[in-house]
Design a protein around this ligand. Structure first.
Ligand code: 0A1
Ligand code: ZN
Length: 849
């Protein structure tokens, strides 16, 4: 049983807090094990709130003293907070508490990382700092005073007076406690400035540990691009005199949008060509944008309660996706996003952890920072935009900002601005927020007398707690092609609202080839009987880049499924189609690289399971190896030419065009390595002057079970760079051959540099193994056992990261009886651990179902 109280919280139980807050003053006297926090909170009764006792959240706090209007009180303390008798009118509550940041390994509240103090308050971390109504609908202005001998002392808002050992900060914008932040450390600033559209000067700083100063320039550029983009596209200007970013090595997530003081996992902000891959650059740019965009979608307009999390996260992910598309390539970004959505969200939506984009209950809110809330939340907004059109989307957003600035809002508020702008009734659309599960959309085409009819059916399988689903509104983007490849009907949006519905296209001279769900216009699984010939045709001719890629992906899957279920040989039509893609010089190299990539082992396992076949992880691994080998052989004459043609000369640039070339080169190198025993990869490794090419070469060698010399030299070269060493750990557990993966990972956990309390390092080594599907699911159960041992150990230190990583077991129902038995045994072992955290207990209990 878990150590802390396990209580389910329901959306339907929402009630307003008893008071408003007119201002908060905080003083921090920092010390590793005895930090004193003094608070002064100005409360005023909320006349609309239902009758309730005055309660402030507070956990793991040592209360030194409490006063109301200057009179000492003795409040009632429990494990979760404090209750007190309070005056009927406004009053001032003061408290002094003691906390111990140094021993805070959960990385929630105020903690220490390499001698630096920092905070993480979302979702409910502020209650570990002081007594407070720690809920997003209680908003207040904060004045903060930090006392410490450390040279850099930061908090939210604008700087006030500062003196030797003291800094004051004032945040004029009312905010909920989860956006509070404080940082103190021996840090160096990379500084710049930005002038907003209305002429306001903003000081910009990225604070890092000494030694990391040379890895800030890219992040600073990304921040300025984000600020400009949000002004241009959403009309949103920054609203303080200063915007600070701090990089921290120990962090549970990617980054956090604290008002005016974003705190980043160092892996999500530090970048240099020598130490970061192209994928890292793109991700860093996207995360910096994401956190910056939260200033409006999250901070100025926040969430009423945590059930509304998708209000800020879905919208902000959608905005960062738009931004990256604009900075790079719309087509490639859409394909990347769909790969991520299917890999993470579809898996979640089709397993025991399925939940609606807006959940209706939770035990531990930290467990709901999920792919469903974030990524499906963003897809829902994409659908809304498709349904109402770009102009109305813009008008609706303008209204949203105007109407709700300063509010703690709900999904109902969000949908209402669209209803008021467009006159549409979004009742049915709102089911995307309330119903879990991925709809299956099946379609059949029929042609006669110049009319083409598409018959669609939708159905959503049951999910935990939701046995029956209603039909949803599904925007289906469709275009029609002629057999000669011309587009005879441009993309249009079919608006499906019924369980079964048909749409007709008239006036056609020949039977068209339909291109359905263009740009992946809805997060559904499209089921369509189609011939290899038709798929190859769409891969060659579709004018919609997403569906062009999708046709190739479908061919790859069809080939793999036939190999696995019918012992079929590799389909040569697929190989020819790939050759045609590689030869097509009009295609973007980044697109070609995506077309060459095969579906993941996990994706194939889920596809087989959906088709009623029990997946064998080892057989899937072998089929992928066989297919890759066949592709390499089939394309062998082309590969050296493509490799050479995509060589990028000159100084490194992380922009999309050179990155795309490197991506294609890397994909081609993987194939060449299967033919030349790794010679070319060794040469690339030796010549590489950037991390993208160095890591690509090393990965190619590890995939063919070579590269030991390079692994050793990589370790020597990068021993002092923790982010690069994370790659070294992750690559080995992630790419180890299945039968060796658990043993290799175990060896890594004994390495002197394996600092298991650092979430990045833990995720690199153990997350590498859980992502190595055949290795994790090795028949002897060694992968399951090793991961479980480490999750149990980590839980006592860091519940959040443990709970998140326990999702590796959420696919247990897919597998054979022996694997199921072993996975259940390990899940029960976790569940039975004495003092297990509430986070992990909730997760494993839901996974077991
Ligand atoms: N709001 C942040 C993500 C985040 C969420 C929770 C955290 O701790 C539990 C930390 C960060 C974002 O969306 O970027
Ligand atoms: Zn976010």
């Amino acid at each position: 049983m878990p150590s802390t109280t396990e209580q389910t919280i329901y959306l339907s139980d929402y009630k307003e807090f008893s008071h408003f807050i007119d201002g908060v003053e905080l003083t921090f006297q920092l010390s590793p094990t005895k930090t004193r926090v003094k608070s002064k909170i100005h409360f005023r009764p909320n006349p609309k709130a239902p009758e309730q006792a005055f309660f402030l959240h507070g956990e793991h706090l040592k209360l030194i003293s409490a006063h109301i209007d200057g009179v000492k009180i003795s409040p009632t303390l429990t494990e979760t907070g404090l209750t007190a008798e309070v005056p009927t009118g406004p009053f001032i509550f003061e408290a002094e508490v003691e906390i111990s940041p140094e021993t805070n390994t959960a990385l929630e509240g105020l903690y220490m990382s390499n001698g630096m103090y920092c905070t993480q308050c979302e979702a409910e971390g502020f209650r570990k700092i002081t007594y407070y109504p720690d809920r997003p609908d209680v908003m207040a202005t904060f004045k903060v005073r930090v006392e410490s001998a450390l040279p850099v002392l930061l908090s939210n808002g604008n700087p006030g007076t500062s003196d030797e050992g003291i800094a004051e900060w004032h945040d004029p914008w009312p905010k909920p406690a989860y956006l509070f932040a404080l940082v103190a450390g021996d840090l160096i600033a990379h500084s710049d400035s930005f002038t907003t559209k209305s002429g306001k000067d903003v000081a910009l700083n990225i604070y890092v540990r000494p030694g990391d100063e040379d890895k800030c320039a890219f992040g600073m550029g990304a921040l300025k691009r984000s600020m400009t983009w949000d002004e241009d596209v959403y009309g949103r200007e920054y609203d303080l005199d200063i915007f600070n970013i701090v990089a921290v090595d120990d962090f549970n997530m990617g980054a956090m949008e604290n008002k005016g003081l974003n705190i980043f996992n160092s892996s999500c902000v530090l970048a240099s060509p020598e130490t970061s891959t192209d994928a890292n650059f793109e991700r860093i740019e996207g995360i910096i944008a994401h956190e910056y965009f939260h200033n409006w979608t999250g901070n100025r307009i926040t969430c009423r309660d945590w059930f509304q999390l998708c209000l800020k996260e879905g919208l902000t992910v959608f905005r960062d996706q738009q931004f990256t598309s604009d900075m790079r390539s719309h087509a490639v970004k859409r394909i990347d996003d769909v790969i991520t959505l299917r890999g993470r969200q579809f898996r979640e939506d089709n397993g025991p952890l399925a939940h609606p984009v807006r959940p209706e209950s939770f035990v531990e809110i930290n467990n709901f920072y999920t792919a469903t809330v974030y990524d499906k939340g963003a897809e829902v907004i994409g659908m809304l935009k498709r349904l109402v059109g770009d102009e109305d989307y813009k008008r609706a957003l303008d209204l949203y900002f105007e109407r709700h600035d300063g509010d703690a809002a709900t999904i109902e508020d969000w949908l209402k601005v669209f209803e008021d702008t467009t006159g549409r009734d979004l009742t049915q659309f709102s089911k995307w927020y309330s119903q879990a599960g991925t709809p299956r959309l099946s379609v059949a085409g029929e042609f006669s007398d110049g009319t083409y009819i598409l018959h669609f059916k939708q159905a959503t399988p049951p999910t935990p707690g939701q046995p029956v689903k209603d039909p949803r509104v599904i925007p289906i983007a469709v275009g029609l092609l002629n057999p000669n490849g011309d587009e005879v009907r441009e993309t249009c949006i079919l608006e499906m609202t019924e369980a079964e519905q048909s749409f007709r296209f008239t006036g056609l001279s020949t039977k068209p080839i339909p291109s359905i769900l263009r740009a992946f216009s809805a997060p559904v699984i499209l089921e369509r009987q189609s011939s290899t010939k038709e798929r190859a045709f769409l891969l060659a001719h579709d004018t919609d880049p997403f569906n062009k890629w999708e046709a190739g992906r479908a061919l790859a899957k069809e080939t793999l499924v036939a190999m696995l279920t019918a012992d079929a040989p590799v389909n040569s039509d697929f190989l020819d189609a790939l050759a045609a893609v590689l030869r097509d010089e009009n295609l973007d190299p980044a697109f070609q690289a995506l077309a060459l990539a095969l579906p993941s082992q996990d994706d194939i396992a889920q596809t087989l399971f959906d088709a009623g076949v029990t997946p064998d992880p080892m057989a899937i691994y072998t089929a992928l190896e066989t297919l890759s080998q066949s592709i390499a052989q089939h394309l062998q004459d082309l590969l050296p030419r493509i490799y050479a043609a995509n060589h990028v000369d000159g100084p490194f640039s992380s922009e999309a065009a050179p990155a795309g070339k490197r991506a294609l080169q890397g994909a081609v190198l993987g194939l060449i390595s299967r033919l030349d025993g790794g010679d070319q990869a060794r040469a690339q490794y030796a010549a590489a002057d950037n991390m993208t090419q160095q890591l690509q070469a090393l990965a190619c060698l590890l995939r063919i079970d070579r590269g030991q010399t390079e692994l050793a030299s990589f370790e020597t070269q990068w021993a002092q760079d923790r982010l690069v060493m994370d790659k070294w750990f992750g690559l080995q557990s992630g790419l180890a051959a299945p039968q060796k993966a658990a043993a290799i990972t175990e060896t890594l956990t004994k390495h002197a540099a394996f600092d298991w309390k650092n979430p990045n390092r833990f995720r690199a080594a153990l997350g590498g193994l859980t992502g190595n599907t055949a290795g994790f699911h090795a028949a002897d159960g060694a992968g399951y056992k090793l991961v479980t041992d480490w999750l149990i150990k980590l839980d006592a230190a860091n519940p959040q990261t443990t709970a998140r990583m326990s999702t590796a077991f959420d696919s247990w129902r897919r597998y054979d009886a022996s694997r199921q038995g072993q996975m259940i045994e390990q899940l029960k072992r976790i569940q039975a651990t004495p003092n297990l955290s509430r986070d992990t207990h909730e997760m494993v209990t839901r996974i077991l179902g």
